[in-house]
Design a protein around this ligand. Structure first.
Ligand code: CA2
Length: 151
């Protein structure tokens, strides 16, 4: 029995996870990450919908649809983190808790990765914990949603 549903959204090029740059992103594929999230969802009684797109408009359309369908959003916006006011606006408009995830420690990398448009609309941010960051984000989301339900 699930008590809430969470959309796990992934931005551009994350479909290539596990195919190169293992020193930065590890060797797991996006399918492996989807499996980790579904397993975490079962353990936490969360229904998990896991999606990836390379297109900004697709990510925004999914966020708009999520408004009436999900209770929270875990998002790795990938490079759109550093460029997209549109994704930040969509996240803000849907008024659901957001946890931002980055596999790598963006603060140890190039300066252009240090700023995130999404962080200002996120309840929490998990950075540099590898793919485990997605599981940590779902754990945090379960806590937030349980606390909200209890109020
Ligand atoms: O660390 C993260 O999770 C990032 O969101 C990943 C993005 C990057 O632009 C952000 O600054 C930080 C890049 C996603 C592309 O991932 C690939 C992984 C392996 C091979 C090719 C791309």
């Amino acid at each position: 029995m699930t008590f809430a549903s969470v959309l796990v959204l992934n931005g551009p090029n994350l479909n290539l996870l596990g195919t190169r740059e293992p020193a930065i992103y590890g060797s797991e594929t996006l399918d492996d990450v989807a499996r980790l999230c579904r397993d975490a969802g079962e353990r936490l009684d969360l229904a998990v919908d896991f999606c990836q797109s390379n297109a900004e408009h697709q990510l925004i359309d999914w966020l708009h649809a999520a408004r009436t369908k999900v209770d929270g959003i875990v998002i790795n916006p990938a490079a759109f983190t550093h460029t997209s006011v549109a994704i930040a606006d969509a996240l803000s408009a849907i008024q659901k808790p957001v946890i931002e995830v980055h596999i790598s420690n963006v603060h140890r990398r190039e300066a252009f990765r240090h700023h995130s448009y999404v962080s200002a609309v996120a309840e929490g941010i998990i950075v540099g914990c590898g793919t485990q960051g997605y599981v940590l984000a779902l754990e945090r989301m379960a806590t937030l949603l349980k606390n909200r339900a209890a109020k």
